[in-house]
Design a protein around this ligand. Sequence first.
Ligand code: MOS
Length: 711
Amino acid sequence: MKTIGKPISRLDGTWKVTGSAHYAADVVRPGLTHAVIVGATIPAGEIISIDTKTAEAGAGVIKVLTYQNVPKLAGPLDSPPAGQKMMPLQSPVVTFEGEPVAVVIAETLEEATEAAKHVRVDYRAAPFVTDYLQRRDQAIEVAGFFPNDTKVGDVAAALAMADRSVTEIYRTSDRHHNAMEPAASVAEWRNGELFLTTATQGVQGNRAVLAQLFAVEPKRIHVNVDFVGGGFGCKGWLWPHQALCAVAAREVGRPVKLVLQRSQDFTSHGYQPATEQTVSLGAKSDGTLTAVRHGSLNPTSIKDDYMETCATASRPLYATPNIESSSRAVRVNRNVPTPMRAPHEGPGLVGIEIAMDELAYALNLDPLELRLRNYAEKDPTDGRPFSAKRLRECYTEGARRFGWSRRTMAPGSMKEGNDLIGWGMATAIMQTFRQPAKARASIDTDGLVTIEGSTQEIGTGSVTIAIQIAAEVLNLPVERVQLKWGNTDLPDAPMTAGSTTTLSFGSAVHDAASKLRDKLKTLAGSEELAPEAYGEWVRRSGATSLVVDGEWAPGGDSDAIGQPKTKALNSYGAVFVEVRIDRDLLIPRVVRGVGVYNAGRIINPKTAHSQMIGGFTWGIGQALLEHTPMDHRLGRYLSKNFAGALVPVNADVPALDVSFVEEPDFESSVLGARGIGELGATAVGPAIANAVFHATGKRVRELPIRPEMLL
Ligand code: MOS
């Protein structure tokens, strides 16, 4: 039965609209109590005294936890990538506004919320800095997923010799994930074992960090999640509020529910940090690139490390003999940033792809033509050939669908009525992350197949896709296959992050299902086994079910993110947009968007399409709306709510034309799939910025673009 490649609707769609899908905050346990976090009101200093008496005397209050009565937890932890190094309530020192200083546990949420208002904290305030650009001179190296520095050839010499060059500074803004579901956890200890239901993208990572934190064996920690109402990276790590929920449950000896308020979401997990990127490009007069240099800077917190490695985007992008990159971070009094949908490439392409547009204008060369003339046949930074790269077809097909050949080069040359029209484009790229994964497959005497693995469903279609893969291998309709997921007691699957689930967990499912099929064929002694007879063969074997274990891992020569030494695995795309700008209002509106993507074999065209239009929408937000402003005098976010944090709504998003250039990439995975989800959130921001320049002649080098920048 052909199931892979079919546009099957998400199975969880029905469960969600009928209310049968459960989220962490829906969990109710006998004797459940409720916890509310009290956050620091200053960004730096020390607690002099905490008065919890009034709070403790409040109706229904069971306990108030502060650094004075929380037992010492392990730390610093050896994470990231699974969590922060530092956990809260371990000292009186405050390093950012919103940092937890107390947790109130009460019989009801209302009682805990009320009592939390009466926890009185006196601080000795200390000087602070929240604006990372004030501390450029104190930039440091912190560890990230990628090398901070790379260097090939002599960029300085090549720039000096170049016929044309561009050196500019580009900035992106702090953005929050703003998931619809705020962070939520329910923790319970039974016989020294922790049972935690929590909104997470990674149950196994949460378990690993909690085990370290409480110094207990990992197998005594059980983390569970059925559904996640939006992750986008902010539910990847184990965050302090989840740890505090577990601490609270242990201290009161009862189950505890902790759901963050919307405002607390802004400071209780990470955000996508602002970046300042300096890009230099050098070229011959025919457009041949001779030099690429990409530097970036981002804020990180006082105690924890996060590196937004922007040059991850530019390192494999264009052929050039001289290429250099470097990333640095600056410590400020803020919560630590974290990956957010298309980390690294998402912000990084803003720098390199606006710079490419600037170079195209300096050369008077069509921006698409400039990219085609510098098409990379191997990774210019490390020389690895690419696996199954079909970016050229993405450019050609995207240009055709968009009608790019009708574009006139001069800024302001395309108008209609009062509208300035701008057409812009950019290249999309994202490194493919590959992670080891396991899955178990079983079949019962009715022929019903169950796949098990600890993967998560964060709304991207992972459950549907896993079932599709197993159904295809076993030649069954999807209705005959079910999946158990989202629990640490199931076979290990990676965090649902880095756009790796389909190819990594999916490959383990493929392996498990293949082994189950082989076992059935052996039982039947026939290659020609009809799926209708599966249950019968299980019955005849005398067992109630057959069970097999499957697994998949990137090859032995792969690095920590799963990139092989011999091949560069990336997914690609070309994005074209039309903006219209009323010349009196100067509000850019995206009216048309085309994205053509190449991510290996597409397992489910419907969920893949949804991921790309979702990503496109993130890009519109990055370009025109999303920005979490800080008040640097008070050292806090200005608006911790949806009224003050703009995100694109339906009216901001036109019908988008997204499609795929498909070619199975078996160097990436047995499925032929590569990384896909986050690819859609790349390239759209710079394409829009380039379109705004084309419409107006104003080169804006800072996102989001606001009307006042176009005056
Ligand atoms: Mo994603 S930002 O890797 O969850």
